[in-house]
Design a protein around this ligand. Structure first.
Ligand SMILES: Nc1ncnc2c1ncn2[C@@H]1O[C@H](COP(=O)(O)OP(=O)(O)OP(=O)(O)O)[C@@H](O)[C@H]1O
Ligand SMILES: Cc1ncc(CO)c(N)n1
Length: 268
């Protein structure tokens, strides 16, 4: 039996809510074979990130070599890339294997709780060298502020930031509204250079929202691997994420993980 494959280039979250753990669960939900190139290990839980250790850029590149040369790939997402060396290694491999048509970049820099997840130096390299290769880049409010150099408090400012980030070369941009004020929470702005779309779902009232961004970008990569067009991949993934958020798990003392396999949760 053949099966589409998707790759996450991202960090590990020991608490299982975000990072490769969320990505691989999301791939599995979509019946896509999940593969991973691990960039770093975080000691992390629902409350925060306690410690981080990086893998070497060579090891990140080697993992990408291993999976691409043997299994092939139809959808890719990047998550927490941590430092300049890892970002540069990722950029080289994307270019070597001409993986740009499959690449979704979640420019993980600052978590919604405000924790910095990437070195200062790395921000510039990510913005200048990785973002331009992507078919889609999915910044949250804070990341969009950094990438666009503008403050974002309103829907108009989300749209303006999306246009500025699009100028950097990404084919499309989705500015996510999870960290926006209440009335805009759950509202994301899509821009592909021609069309705008405001993706709006209800604001799900829950403190258990750990891994929303990872889950959304992994679902988009899975939908691309399944052969869906980019825009419809984004729309389907937004629906998936919203339901997963409604079935989020009340675990830990902080923000619990979203419920990736919500139909199973429903039965139990
Ligand atoms: N309370 C909410 N209700 C509905 N949708 C939400 C809510 N919070 C976040 N989302 C949605 O979750 C997705 C991820 O957005 P968010 O801004 O949380 O990303 P993020 O900060 O990268 O996530 P992470 O917590 O993984 O770092 C977006 O589609 C956003 O609209
Ligand atoms: C490993 C990892 N990747 C991404 C995020 C962003 O949510 C996180 N908290 N941890």
């Amino acid at each position: 039996m053949s099966c589409p494959t998707a790759l996450t280039i991202a960090g590990s979250d020991s608490g299982g809510g975000a990072g490769i753990q969320a990505d691989l669960r999301t791939f599995a939900f979509h019946r896509v074979h999940g593969m991973s190139a691990l960039t770093c290990v975080t000691a992390q839980n629902t409350v925060g990130v306690q410690q981080v250790d990086a893998l070497s850029p060579e090891m990140v590149a080697a993992q990408i070599d291993s999976v691409i040369s043997d299994l092939g790939v139809q959808g890719i997402k990047t998550g927490m890339l941590l430092n300049q060396g890892i970002i540069e290694a990722t950029v080289r491999q994307i270019e070597n294997y001409e993986l740009q048509p499959y690449l979704v970049v979640d420019p993980v820099m600052v978590s919604r709780s405000g924790a910095q997840l990437i070195d200062d130096l790395a921000v510039e390299v990510l913005s200048q060298h990785l973002v331009p290769l992507a078919i889609l880049v999915t910044p949250n409010r804070y990341e969009a502020q950094i990438l666009s150099g503008q403050e974002i408090n309103t829907l108009e400012e989300m749209k303006k930031a999306a246009a500025i980030i699009h100028e950097k070369g990404a084919k499309a941009v989705l500015v996510k509204g999870g960290a926006m004020p209440q009335e805009l929470r759950g509202v994301d702005v899509w821009f592909d250079g021609e069309d705008w779309e405001i993706l709006k779902t209800k604001n799900v009232e829950t403190k258990n929202n750990h891994g929303t961004g990872c889950t959304l970008s992994a679902a988009i990569a899975a939908n691309i691997a399944l052969g869906n067009h980019l825009k419809s991949s984004v729309e389907k993934s937004k629906q998936y994420l919203t339901t997963a958020l409604e079935y989020a798990l009340d675990l830990g003392k902080g923000s619990g993980p979203v419920g990736h396999f919500f139909p199973l949760n429903q039965d139990s």
